[in-house]
Design a protein around this ligand. Structure first.
Ligand SMILES: [Cu+2]
Length: 281
């Protein structure tokens, strides 16, 4: 589909305006994006930094190997090198091609394992929510706030608010407080899904019969979007995740409203949902 001139200029403006122009778009993809979304957690900032370390190393190694192959192809083919050398050992060279790769791997492994440790070691959480995957929507429970629960189904295009992106907005959004360590328990009631929010640097499989977990502490308020990231069936692409991060006061006010709106549940409700979900073909 051809973009109008206005849209193209807007897209370019977005690319070059960086953080400032991204303010509205924080937490979601934008046109012509090639890199990561702007990080909203320290973990995602760590992932961006690690990527910055890794890409130059990969590029240099790839170019070096390409250059070696070019030398072999052009200088040592049968025509340009009819009498091949019969050298079979070179201690210095053998030492170098063992030690240098080890050093490179250590340089990569240390920050990599450190980052993995920070991701996987769940700190003492200030609050916990539960995300449950269904074909094809997510439902959420707030066990620390009276245990209310709700479904989050993707909005049709006609229902979108002005600032909401297509295929990413949901009818009910998760609301969370800023600067709070949130633990998300993740499971599924039918097939394997995955709960992923790129700006938070989290992605974890939702496996039926198991509970997995992620944590994050969001630095700034805003609306963040994610998607199911495990092929889970026909509507896999239509079960987005929308998280609104607000001040602690606004969150407390929202909890009041949510408890009234979504009620207190609902072991029965959840079981009923489970039954209906599993009877689907
Ligand atoms: Cu899914």
């Amino acid at each position: 589909m051809a973009l109008g001139r206005g849209a193209r200029i807007a897209a370019l403006a977005t690319i070059f305006s960086g953080v400032g122009g991204g303010a509205v778009l924080a937490g979601q993809v934008h046109e012509w994006q090639t890199g990561f979304q702007e990080p909203a957690t320290s973990i995602m900032a760590g992932i961006v930094d690690f990527n910055r370390l890794l890409v130059p190393i990969i590029v240099v190694i790839s170019l070096f190997v390409l250059a070696l192959m070019a030398v072999v192809v052009f200088r040592f083919n049968a025509r340009s090198n009819p009498k091949p050398s019969r050298t079979s050992h070179n201690t210095l060279l053998e030492l170098a091609w063992t030690v240098i790769p080890i050093i490179i791997l250590v340089v990569i492994a240390v920050p990599s394992v450190r980052l993995l440790y920070l991701q996987e070691r769940i700190p003492e959480a200030d609050m916990t929510i539960k995300a449950i995957g269904h074909q094809w929507y997510w439902s959420y429970e707030y066990p620390d706030h009276g245990g209310f629960a709700f479904d989050a189904v993707m909005k049709e295009q006609a229902d979108l608010l002005a600032d909401e992106p297509r295929l990413l907005a949901t009818d009910n959004r998760i609301v969370l407080p800023v600067d709070t360590i949130v633990r998300v328990l993740i499971t599924s009631e039918d097939v394997i899904h995955a709960w992923a929010v790129p700006a938070f640097g989290v992605k974890k499989d939702a496996v039926p019969g198991r509970t997995t977990q992620v944590w994050f502490k969001v630095d700034r308020e805003g609306v963040y979007y994610g998607q199911c990231s495990e092929l889970c069936g026909t509507n896999h692409g239509f079960m987005p995740i929308q998280v609104e991060v607000v001040s602690k006061e606004a969150f407390a006010a929202w909890v009041q409203q949510a408890q009234a709106a979504y009620g207190t549940p609902t072991t029965t409700g959840t079981l009923a949902q489970a039954a209906s979900a599993t009877t689907q073909p």
